[in-house]
Design a binder for this molecule. Structure first.
Ligand code: PAF
Length: 284
């Protein structure tokens, strides 16, 4: 049996451990998460272990990235299970700060990212990306890893993080890792646990809709024709509403019509109270 994973809750302890590793000449990766870990998160830890000597995972359900009517209160919290999963994946340290440690009395700063934050999830979840950018900036500065890893499942989030890390000269390499999927194609997500069996059976139609658009683009069709058809397909399959289904440039996230460069097809749709997001790439 492997030893239990060391857990630190304060920034000072985190920094002490990272600087001890640095004195030994070791390199460090950070995997920021909100917990409720699944195989997708563990694949970030595994990729981190390929790149560096020591991997730190953070678990913090960040209140500032949830809107007032979103699922902050019911977001799953299961630190013991998460720590066991991280130990099994070979993680070296868990940073699990309290809300007061991250947002002390009087906290008054936000990182606001233009451009890539606008549209898609940014249009439907006002303030969400400022919350993400603020907490990830803090986590990067608290840990100062060589590499930080994020899933491509949150593709717009990854673009936002790449943008502010570059704009603010944060000296950390941002590494995106491919989405892990269930056998029927559903992207792994901590929010999948919210679904009833009936909703879970409908959920894989989201990635099927994205694949249908990819096929259409490859056959020469335009996004403006394909996306509305895919949205009505999702409603017919049983989704309650579609927040967006769009084709964007894979790098800039600018709107795109035809397959003349690498593109990303992104969607968000709701099944009851559960909001699912997914995206896939398509190359000319
Ligand atoms: O993707 C997530 O789980 C969160 O948005 C992140 C990056 C950990 C910031 O809270």
């Amino acid at each position: 049996m492997s030893a239990p994973l060391p857990v630190v809750r304060g920034v000072a302890e985190l920094r002490a451990q990272v600087s001890a590793w640095r004195k030994e000449g070791l390199t460090v990766a950070l995997v920021p998460t909100m917990g409720a870990l699944h195989a997708g998160h563990l694949s970030l830890v595994k990729r981190g272990l390929e790149l560096v000597d020591r991997v730190v995972a953070s678990v913090f359900v960040n209140p500032t990235q949830f809107g007032p009517n979103e699922d902050f209160a019911r977001y799953p919290r299961q630190e013991e299970q998460d720590a066991a999963a991280l130990t099994g994946a070979g993680c070296h340290l868990l940073f699990a700060p309290t809300v007061d440690e991250m947002y002390p009395q009087g906290f008054a700063t936000a990182v606001s990212v233009g451009g890539v934050s606008e549209g898609l999830c940014g249009a439907v979840r006002p303030g969400h990306f400022a919350g993400v950018a603020t907490v990830v900036t803090k986590l990067l500065l608290q840990c100062l890893p060589d590499v930080a890893l994020f899933g491509e499942k949150d593709y717009q989030q990854l673009a936002v993080i790449r943008r502010f890390a570059r704009d603010l000269d944060i000296p950390v390499r941002i590494e995106g890792v491919a989405t892990m999927r269930e056998e029927d194609g559903l992207a792994m997500s901590s929010r999948n646990a919210y679904m009833t069996p009936e909703q879970r059976a409908i959920a894989p139609w989201l990635v099927r809709g994205l694949s249908g658009i990819a096929d259409g683009l490859r056959a020469g069709a335009k996004a403006a024709d394909l996306c509305p058809m895919a949205a009505s397909g999702l409603l017919k399959a049983g989704f309650d509403s579609v927040d967006y289904i769009e084709v964007r440039d894979a790098a800039s996230l600018a709107p795109a019509e035809t397959l003349d460069r690498p593109l990303r097809i992104l969607a968000a749709a709701r099944l009851g109270k559960t909001r699912l997001i997914d995206n896939i790439g398509v190359e000319p």
